[in-house]
Structures are given as structure tokens and as C-alpha cells.
Design a protein. Structure first.
Lengths: 203, 563
């Protein structure tokens, strides 16, 4: 390995480097590293939830029989399929079909927003609160933290959509769109695990 | 008026002086994206907090110089040790090591700056913010958090006065923000090292400091999210009525300990790894020999990273941990001695028959290495379950980790500051003051922390404001040492300030060191090598081998001298 440059990127960038803040080539690397870190925080929360569930003598607070599965399942299907829509948008952009990209992208945002709406409706109908034992605490913490990620994803997609109307933004690659789409897939995978842990694995 | 005044376009892009422009001190007080400015900002603010943390320590030692709790109230004492630990770790050591990362990584690998300069500046400016938040907790009703730097529930979930904004709340907020800042930093440092190396600089030509930075920042990425998760749950328990860690609501306080130590034990390695990097950089320079076993030292860093993630339960041997778990974590903890032992022997091998120069940085390195071996031996003792059950939560533990945190890590930090001071300020420090600083620090730290082991073995518990008179001698010695350490900062501050202002010009390479950063002028220009990045043709630390480090080395050396 010694003596051979591992990749040629550093040399290229060094020559094109003009001022600060122009390192588009590294954004994706940085974003992937960020997602690795993000997955650890969810992993920690999952491990915490599992530990609580396995060790708690009383799991459900009095008067609560469990969680309704039907509505969240519809929500899950919509969120998971939005990942494929995002992928279609990305492909459209790669083929320079900018309007098709915008349409698919907007659809992804709409599906994400529906998911958030569905979550809000579910929260408002639940008969337990944040303070109702470990069950209530973990439920709201996990779904709330994930919901924050969904909202962040939608906002980031909106930002990318606005940027698509500025000239020349996507000439040098679509690192931003690739990153946001990656984030969206990440949020979806997290939700699948959450859905299994919270809704399917019930006593 | 007229807008046709010609200007250098680089001035607009970079809010710092372009090469040749007069030095502009105001940039140190602005949202600047230059890694070298950010590095100095980190170091300056961190050193200020070192003084704050040191002051808190001296008040505590003043209290402990006599057995009864007479100088401060025991409640105040709880706040003092909590804040002392938190300030020293989160506001001094992490930031100052990030300062080193900012200053050293780009020049060492030939990069113009960090991969994400604006993110870098954001990560820095979070630091004074959470510093102020933590300091503000001295002024809220009820005073600062008194639950120790590990903030175990149920102590940390108490809110007797009922205010929403209380010391513990601010403590959690500051620690969480510090985590965000550190993760932003970690993303930046890792991306920079992975993607921005000079042509020809393969991984096994990377200076060891960059290897250790990579290993340490990997720990940050894996560990910090877990601590943040635990901190958020603790905040909810404290402020929003949940019961994650409250047994009365079905929660489990032990889970917090797992969350906390899963990060906070590796955090020690986050701090010590860069110091191992500093040792590995400095010993070859001052012994004029190549680093012994370069590749093994590099890989051992990741050995430490891996092991650090599977040892955390050794902090909980006496917390009702099952026996199989104790045995398992005792073994993993002892295994850490293997990669660290490899490094120690590599440094000794480097020193062996070297032409040793006892300049101030080398003195701090040798002192740090000496202390580290002692700390490692007491570490092995503490890893042993029967010994730990006996001396856990006594002053033996306090002595051990101060030998790590102060006598090793902070010694390494001082060594690094003296070594690279001429590079980044362009001025030479005063050797006499530096040596005085070392002598006072070494005597002070030995006097302060060595008797703690003795008091601990006799059974003196930690975190108490009053104690049995039989421990008095050890405590008097420790207090005298602490005050001596306070005195030792005077020559240090005097040295840094006066030599930065009017010290002799240092020249590009005062230590005749080998490394990309020493091919730059002192101080290096804003974008380091700019477009003219040298091609690396040999490994680092080629002392006495007579081979050039880069292509056309003479040209870079001549240019650095000219500037």
C-alpha cells in the first residue's frame, strides 16, 4: 500500500480549491459518517427499549390494552413505499429529467407529510401520556424522535426542491439530493425496526 | 464612492489575511472558517476553562487541608467537584484536543483546510455557548449540579426546589450540546483525513498523530450518540415526568449507568489517544531516530478503539453487576494493556540510544510517559474485580484517573503546545520559563496525586468534604501539591503571552523536524500549501535516514525560509 496514492481525489481537489466552503466532493463522505453516528443513537434507544420491555414487571399502564396496529400499518406502507418514490426521483435526476425529478420528489414529500399527519392523529387518540410508566415514556420518545427525523427529511427535501430551480446547481453532481435521499431511506429502515418493536412485538 | 477600487478576490472569499497581508488579530474573535484560526480559538478558550477548573480544584483542596468541613458547606463541595470534573473534561480537554486536531491535521496531510470549514466553525462556536450555559448554573437557585460528573440517577433526577431551570438541567443541556459539537467535529476530522491527503500519502505514511486522531474520533462517532440518548432520557426524567431511570415508575437506574459509561469510559481514550499521537510525534524529533515499530503503533491505535468499546462495565463492578459480567469485563479491561504496552515499548525503543535533547516539550513527554506507566499499573489493579470492590469509590480511584487525565494527558497537551508553538505563532517560547513550568508541574502533580493512592488504600472515600483525621497527612500533601500546580501556571501563561508578543522569530523548522507541517513557513499561510501540494515519497520520521520526505524538498524548504 505504501507509495501509492490511495485515490486521486485529494490531488484533483487541491488544484480546484479556490476559497473556503467549496468542498462539494466530500459532502457525501461526511454525510455517510453522520448517518453511521445517527444509527448508533437509534441503536442505543432500541437496546434501551428492549431492556425495559424484558425486565419491567409491569409493562402496560392501567387501562391500556395495547396499541392499535391497523392505522400504523397503513402509515408504515406509505412511508416505506415513499423510499421507492425517492429512488425514482433520484433516477430521473440522473437522466437529467428535471421536471420528472421534481414530480417524484414532491410525491415523496407528500407521502412523508401524510405519515407525520397519521402519527399526529394516532398520538391525539392515545389514552396514555409521556409520564405513564416506562411504556409511555419509551413510546413517545421513540416515535417522537423518529418523527423529528421525518420532519427534518421533508424540510431537507423542500430545500433540495428549491435549489433545483436555481440555475447550474446540479451541474456538478447531485450530492445534496443523494444525501437527502440516503437520509430518507435511513429514516424508513429505522421506522421498520420501530414498527416491529413497538406494534408487532406486543404481549 | 467609486466602486472601481481593485481588490484581491481572495480577500472576499477568506475572512483572514491572505499571505503577505498584515496579521489581523480580530479574526480570532469572529466566525472564521480557517482551521488554524479555529484551532487557536479552541485552545485559548480551553486554557481559560483550565484556569476555572483549576480554581475550583484549589478551593476543594483548601477545604480538604483540614479534616472537618470548615471552608465550604458540604453541599457547595458537591457542586465544586461536579463542576471541576465537568469543566476539565468537557470544557478543557476535549476542546483543547480539538484545537490540536484543527491546527495539525490539515498541515500534516497537506490539505488546505478542513473538509467542511463552516461546520468546523459552527462546532467551535457551540463550545463557548455550552461553556456559558454550564457556568450559568452557578447563578441559578439551588446552585450547580451536585451529582458528580457522571450524574447518576436517582441523585440527578431530584429537583427539590421545583424550578424548571436548575443546575442539573443546565448541566445536561451543556453536555448534550458538547456532544453535538464533538460529533460535528468528528465528521469533519474523519472526512478530512480520509479524503484530503497529499498525493503519495498512503495510510501507512500518515503521521501517527493523524492515526490516533482517526481512532479517537471513531470512538466519538460510536460512543457519543449513546451518551446523548441517555442524557435526553435523563432530561425527560428530570423535567417532563417520565420514569426511564426512576424505579418507582418501573424504570431502571442501572440502564443509565450503562449508557453513561458506554461513552464515558471510551472518552478517556478519546483524550489519551491524541496524546499518544503527540508522544509518537515528539520522541523521534527529540531522540533523532525513526519511530520504533511505526506500523504496529498505528494499528495499535485501532486496537485501543475496538477494546475501549467493550470495557465499560468495569465502572460498575460494585453496582450489583452479575459475576459473569464482572469476569468478562475484567478480562477485556486487562487486554487494553496489550496495545498500550506495545506503544510504551515502541517509545522506549525510539528513545533507546537516541541523541536525546531535553527541551521543554521532551521533558513534558518524558514526564508524561513516566506517569502513564504508573497510571497503567494502578489501572490494571483497578481492573481486577476483588481490588476494585475494595478500593472502588475511594481516593485510590481519584489518584489513578488524575494520573491519567492530568499527569499523562495534560502533560502531553503541554508538550504539544510547546512543540508546535513556534510553528503556529512564528515565535520561539522562552526555554527557561518552559523548564520552570515543567519542574513545578511535575513536583506539584506528584505531590498532589501520589498521596491520594495511599489515602485511598487506607479507605478514604471520594467526594466527601470532611474526613477522619488519620487521613490528614496525605491530604495536606495533596493540597500543597494542588497549590503548587496553581503556581505552575504562572510561568506558563507568562511564557505564552510574552513570547507570542515579542519572542525571537522561530523560522520554519526550529526543531529540524521531519513532517509536512515543517515545510511550511511559520506561521503557515491561510491555505497551507495552496495549489502547490507536495508529493510525499517516503514514510514519516525518517530521522538519520537521509531520504527526502517529498519531491523537490529543497524548493519547499527554500520557499518556507523566504516567507
Amino acid at each position: 500500500m505504501t507509495g501509492v496514492p490511495l485515490d486521486t481525489a485529494p490531488a484533483d481537489v487541491a488544484t480546484t480549491h479556490g476559497g473556503h466552503g467549496t468542498h462539494g466532493g466530500y459532502n457525501l463522505t461526511g454525510f455517510i459518517i453522520f448517518l453511521c453516528s445517527e444509527s448508533v443513537i437509534f441503536l442505543a434507544l432500541f437496546v434501551g427499549y428492549t431492556t425495559f420491555k424484558l425486565s419491567s414487571p409491569v409493562w402496560l399502564p392501567p387501562g391500556v390494552e395495547g396499541l392499535e396496529v391497523r392505522e400504523p400499518l397503513i402509515n408504515t406502507i406509505i412511508l416505506v413505499s415513499s423510499s421507492f418514490v425517492a429512488w425514482a426521483a433520484e433516477r430521473a435526476l440522473a437522466r437529467r429529467r428535471i421536471w420528472r425529478f421534481r414530480a417524484w420528489w414532491l410525491l415523496t414529500m407528500a407521502m412523508g407529510s401524510y405519515f407525520v399527519y397519521g402519527q399526529a392523529v394516532e398520538w391525539s387518540q392515545l389514552r396514555f401520556g409521556l409520564g405513564d410508566g416506562v411504556f409511555g415514556g419509551t413510546f413517545y420518545l421513540l416515535t417522537g424522535f423518529h418523527g423529528l427525523h421525518v420532519i427534518t427529511g421533508i424540510l431537507l427535501m423542500g430545500l433540495m426542491l428549491i435549489r433545483s430551480f436555481q440555475k447550474g446547481n446540479y451541474d456538478g453532481g447531485e450530492a445534496g439530493v443523494v444525501s437527502v435521499s440516503l437520509f430518507w431511506h435511513f429514516v424508513d429502515v429505522i421506522w421498520i425496526v420501530l414498527f416491529l418493536l413497538l406494534y408487532i412485538w406486543q404481549p | 464612492m467609486a466602486t472601481s477600487v481593485p481588490f484581491d478576490p481572495r480577500v472576499l472569499k477568506a475572512p483572514h489575511p491572505v499571505p503577505g497581508a498584515p496579521d489581523n488579530w480580530k479574526r480570532f474573535f469572529s466566525f472564521n472558517t480557517d482551521a488554524k484560526v479555529i484551532g487557536i480559538q479552541y485552545m485559548a478558550v480551553a486554557l481559560l476553562f483550565l484556569l476555572v477548573g483549576g480554581l475550583l480544584a484549589m478551593i476543594m483542596r483548601g477545604e480538604l487541608i483540614t479534616p472537618p468541613a470548615d471552608l465550604v458547606d458540604p453541599t457547595v463541595y458537591n457542586g465544586l467537584y461536579t463542576m471541576h470534573g465537568t469543566v476539565m473534561l468537557f470544557l478543557f480537554l476535549f476542546p483543547i484536543l480539538n484545537g490540536f486536531n484543527n491546527l495539525l491535521i490539515p498541515p500534516m496531510i497537506g490539505a488546505p483546510d478542513m473538509a467542511f470549514p463552516r461546520l468546523n466553525a459552527l462546532a467551535f462556536w457551540l463550545f463557548p455557548l455550552f461553556g456559558i450555559i454550564l457556568m450559568a448554573s452557578f447563578f441559578v437557585p439551588g446552585g450547580p449540579s451536585g451529582s458528580g460528573w457522571w450524574a447518576y440517577p436517582p441523585v440527578s433526577t431530584q429537583n427539590p426546589l421545583g424550578h424548571f431551570i436548575n443546575g442539573q438541567f443546565l448541566w445536561i443541556l451543556a453536555v448534550a450540546l458538547s456532544g453535538v459539537s464533538s460529533i460535528l467535529g468528528a465528521i469533519n476530522f474523519i472526512t478530512t483525513i480520509l479524503r484530503m491527503r497529499a498525493p503519495g500519502m498512503g495510510y501507512f505514511r500518515l503521521p501517527i498523530f493523524c492515526w490516533t486522531a482517526l481512532a479517537a474520533q471513531t470512538i466519538q462517532l460510536i460512543g457519543l450518540p449513546v451518551l446523548t440518548g441517555g442524557a435526553v432520557m435523563l432530561l425527560f426524567d428530570l423535567s417532563f415526568g417520565t420514569s426511564f431511570f426512576r424505579p418507582e415508575g418501573g424504570g431502571d437506574p442501572m440502564l443509565y449507568q450503562h449508557f453513561f459509561w458506554f461513552y464515558s469510559h471510551p472518552a478517556v481514550y478519546v483524550m489519551v489517544l491524541p496524546v499518544f499521537g503527540i508522544f509518537s510525534e515528539l520522541f523521534p524529533v527529540y531522540a533523532r531516530k525513526p519511530l520504533f515499530g511505526y506500523k504496529v503503533v498505528a494499528i495499535a491505535s485501532f486496537g485501543i478503539t475496538f477494546l475501549s468499546l467493550i470495557v465499560w462495565v468495569h465502572h460498575m463492578f460494585y453496582s450489583g453487576t452479575p459475576q459473569w459480567m464482572r469476569n468478562l469485563f475484567m478480562v477485556t479491561t486487562m487486554l487494553i494493556a496489550v496495545p498500550t504496552g506495545i506503544k510504551v515499548f515502541a517509545w522506549l525503543g525510539t528513545l533507546w540510544r537516541g541523541r536525546i535533547r531535553l527541551s521543554t516539550p521532551m521533558l513534558f513527554c518524558l514526564g508524561g510517559l513516566f506517569n502513564f506507566i504508573f497510571a497503567g499499573i494502578t489501572g490494571i489493579m483497578l481492573a481486577t474485580v476483588p481490588v476494585d470492590i475494595h478500593v472502588g469509590n475511594t481516593y485510590f480511584v481519584v489518584g489513578h484517573f488524575h494520573y491519567v487525565i492530568f499527569c499523562t494527558i495534560t502533560f502531553g497537551v503541554f508538550a504539544g503546545i510547546y512543540h508546535w508553538f513556534p510553528k503556529f505563532t512564528g515565535r520561539m517560547y522562552y526555554e527557561g520559563l518552559g523548564k520552570l513550568h515543567f519542574v513545578l508541574t511535575f513536583i506539584g502533580s506528584t505531590l498532589n496525586f501520589l498521596p491520594m493512592h495511599w489515602a485511598g488504600l487506607m479507605g478514604m472515600p471520594r467526594r466527601v468534604a470532611s474526613y477522619d483525621p488519620e487521613f490528614a497527612l496525605a491530604n495536606v500533601l495533596a493540597s500543597l501539591g494542588a497549590f503548587l500546580l496553581g503556581v505552575a501556571t504562572i510561568p506558563f501563561i507568562l511564557n505564552i503571552v510574552s513570547s507570542w508578543a515579542r519572542g525571537p522569530k522561530a523560522g520554519p523548522n526550529p526543531w529540524s523536524a521531519i513532517g509536512l507541517e515543517w515545510l511550511l513557513p511559520s506561521p503557515p499561510p491561510a491555505e497551507n500549501f495552496e495549489d502547490d501540494v507536495p508529493t510525499v515519497i517516503s514514510g514519516p520520521y525518517g530521522y538519520g535516514l537521509g531520504q527526502p520526505l517529498v519531491e523537490h524538498q529543497e524548493r519547499y524548504v527554500a520557499r518556507a525560509k523566504e516567507a
